[in-house]
Design a protein around this ligand. Structure first.
Ligand SMILES: NC(=O)c1ccc[n+]([C@@H]2O[C@H](COP(=O)([O-])OP(=O)(O)OC[C@H]3O[C@@H](n4cnc5c(N)ncnc54)[C@H](O)[C@@H]3O)[C@@H](O)[C@H]2O)c1
Length: 339
């Protein structure tokens, strides 16, 4: 098969490209505006095209020339949802709709990366089920939900095409993938910007305080990017992966953000032979991310449906964060900038 990855230069895209190159079973073409995270990721079955998805001629031509489109393009950091909500809708919905339209007109399979955030606020004491849980958004004034709303509407349109019978698709809902090449570092004490791992690591690298948004009592389940890439292959290759929605997550890695901060301190200490004693300080969510921020208390995935395809996550919480931290420790060019 010939796979086309839109957003191949990002965190998931670069890891997926590496995974598919190692497998060597498919021809892979990746498009992105940046190739920084693809440095050193090369193979005879991989070709990178630098370009913008807004270049309709280029995108349309690439889709016409592949078998499966993998759509990873989105703004995916919470601060952008409240700072630039209209940019989020433009990219995550309208530009993604164009990708769907190219797939429809050329009759190509679409693997759409959505988000676990479509579940929104948890109203029942149970794990999120791919096919049965309600999707519960906060008020319009809490602009954070514009990301999940954009993804949700895209999912609903893709699903409707599947029912109508003119689209072969799979929808993936990622539950906090982490691993090498995750996000980017920021100066310690920064607000907003990347996801929680980067803020905690920046604090560890500089000795600054670790900021715990809203007390750090929110829970998340994290997923190793390699488990996530294996999930992609299971969905791609299995006949039961077609026209279905899949949670991709690891239910056994639940932690609070306070617990994560302490675990990262301990792993960082082991990896560097130091004794990090960063102060843990509380910060209000709207102060950290911006007005209109709101958060889910916990996001537990039910992955029964995906496990029925023969997939099972095998990397634990310690491994997930150890490898992500080690990646940055091995890259002084990336850490020097914030020290
Ligand atoms: N990482 C996670 O745990 C997670 C969680 C939930 C959802 N997701 C979804 O998975 C997808 C990928 O996430 P990620 O973590 O790899 O994010 P990322 O930001 O690392 O990757 C997105 C990529 O899209 C590219 N891109 C953005 N605009 C573009 C444009 N106009 N033209 C070409 N390329 C463009 C970016 O340069 C970037 O490389 C997103 O749809 C995101 O919403 C990821």
């Amino acid at each position: 098969m010939k796979l086309l990855i839109f957003g191949a230069g990002g965190f998931i895209g670069s890891n997926l490209a590496e995974h598919l190159i190692e497998q060597g079973e498919h021809e892979v073409v990746g498009l992105d505006v940046t190739a920084d995270k693809l440095a050193g990721i090369e193979g005879p079955n991989f070709k990178f095209v630098k370009g913008n998805i807004a270049d309709a001629d280029l995108a349309n031509k690439l889709v016409a020339d592949c078998d499966v489109v993998v759509d990873l393009i989105a703004y995916a950091n919470p601060s952008i949802y409240v700072e630039k909500p209209l940019d989020v809708v433009h990219l995550n919905f309208f530009e993604n709709m164009k990708i769907l339209e190219y797939c429809l007109s050329h009759q190509k399979r679409l693997v759409q990366y959505s988000t676990s955030e479509v579940y929104g606020k948890r109203t029942r004491d149970e794990s999120y089920s791919d096919d049965h849980s309600d999707l519960v958004m906060g008020p319009v004034q809490k602009q954070r939900w514009i990301y999940a709303s954009s993804k949700q509407l895209l999912e609903r349109i893709i699903y409707a095409h599947g029912v109508q019978g003119d689209l072969d698709y799979s929808i993936i809902r990622p539950f906090n993938f982490v691993g090498p090449r995750f996000d980017y570092l920021v100066p310690a004490g920064s607000k907003g910007g990347p996801r929680v791992f980067s803020h905690f690591l920046s604090a560890l690298l500089t000795g600054g305080p670790i900021q715990l948004v809203d007390g750090g009592d929110k829970h998340r389940c994290f997923t190793h990017i390699k488990d996530a890439c294996e999930a992609f292959s299971a969905i791609l290759e299995n006949p039961a992966g077609h026209n279905e929605i899949f949670n991709v997550g690891n239910p056994d890695t639940n932690t609070t953000m306070r617990g994560l901060a302490k675990m990262m301190q301990s792993i960082y200490g082991e990896l560097t032979g130091t004794h990090p004693d960063n102060e843990l300080i509380d910060i209000d969510g709207e102060d950290f991310y911006g007005k209109g921020y709101e958060d889910m208390d916990r996001v537990p995935p039910d992955v029964t449906k995906l496990m029925a395809l023969g997939w099972k996550p095998t990397r634990d919480l310690d491994t997930i964060f150890r490898e992500a931290i080690q990646y940055y420790l091995d890259r002084p060019d990336l850490t020097a900038a914030i020290r």
